[in-house]
Design a protein around this ligand. Structure first.
Ligand SMILES: C[S@@+](CC[C@H](N)C(=O)[O-])C[C@H]1O[C@@H](n2cnc3c(N)ncnc32)[C@H](O)[C@@H]1O
Length: 252
């Protein structure tokens, strides 16, 4: 993976789009002190380290269509974990399925740092991380480059005015459709009933095919063992006695 990154840096000296950089910087987590924003030392350090991690990619749109050739160096199927946070699911899937490739995607660098560091420590070579807004997915992947997508505990954006920020709103589903293979599976786990209902309604409007759904995942036999993996947010919700909702679907 290291070779892939340095090859990019050698052959693409102008990797950064100015707009992207501004947006990335805007979203970096800050501690507010009066009018001055001071990023915590630890976060600054992690963001700087992220630049040197061979398994983390930021702004390299040249990867579009080339993830397997340049990053993983094989032709195994690619699964994305969107809004991956610390990337627990990507790591768990990478350990369990060495013949598949996984990419965790999130905008928050300090969270990605955790997943990427663990992947390096465990020498997991079938998992990488992309720091970007999910809004830009089609700029990083070509049609059919992705076989499966997981969305785990995305922010519910409960206000109606923020509806189009929900990762299962029709504009996001359209983006997924632009990169996923025909009949590729998309999975959503959430604790939020409103988001779950919204997702089911949106899927119906889009004519998506629901393969499996439940509003209380752990009350029944799991349809797939991997569903037993729990992310940071899922553990929090379970500790707060929330029930977990899950839907698996194919976009049409
Ligand atoms: C509630 S956290 C869940 C993290 C992780 N999936 C988990 O279950 O622990 C939501 C994550 O989504 C990310 N996120 C929200 N909207 C995003 C977007 N449009 N693009 C990239 N990341 C986004 C946030 O940065 C945050 O890490």
């Amino acid at each position: 993976m290291k070779a892939a990154k340095s090859e990019f840096q050698r052959t693409n000296p102008n990797l950064c789009g100015a707009d992207d950089l501004i947006r990335l910087n805007d979203l970096t987590v800050h501690n507010k002190i009066g009018d001055t924003e001071v990023m915590s030392k630890k976060k600054l350090q992690r963001l700087a380290e992220l630049e040197t991690f061979p398994n983390v990619f930021q702004l390299q749109k040249e990867l579009q269509g080339n993830w397997n050739r340049l990053v993983f160096k094989n032709s195994n199927p690619i699964t994305l974990e969107l809004a991956c946070g610390k990337g627990e699911y990507s790591l768990a899937m990478a350990r369990k399925f060495p013949q598949r490739n996984f990419i965790g995607i999130d905008i928050k660098g300090a969270r990605i740092w955790r997943g990427a560091k663990t992947a390096m420590d465990e020498q997991l070579i079938n998992v990488a991380f992309l720091r970007t807004y999910i809004d830009h997915l089609p700029e990083y992947f070509l049609q059919d480059e992705v076989e499966e997508i997981w969305i785990l505990f995305p922010d519910p954006y409960v206000k109606k005015s923020k509806e189009n920020k929900r990762l299962t709103s029709s504009s996001f589903l359209k983006r997924y459709q632009q990169i996923i293979k025909t009949d590729g599976l998309v999975h959503l786990k959430t604790d939020d009933n409103q988001l779950f209902q919204f997702t089911l309604e949106t899927l119906m409007q889009q004519g998506a095919k629901i393969i499996f759904r439940t509003s209380d995942l752990y009350s029944e036999d799991l349809p797939d063992e991997i569903l037993n993996e729990k992310t940071f947010y899922e553990k929090m919700h379970l500790a707060n006695k929330k029930t977990i909702k899950y839907v698996k679907f194919i976009l049409k």
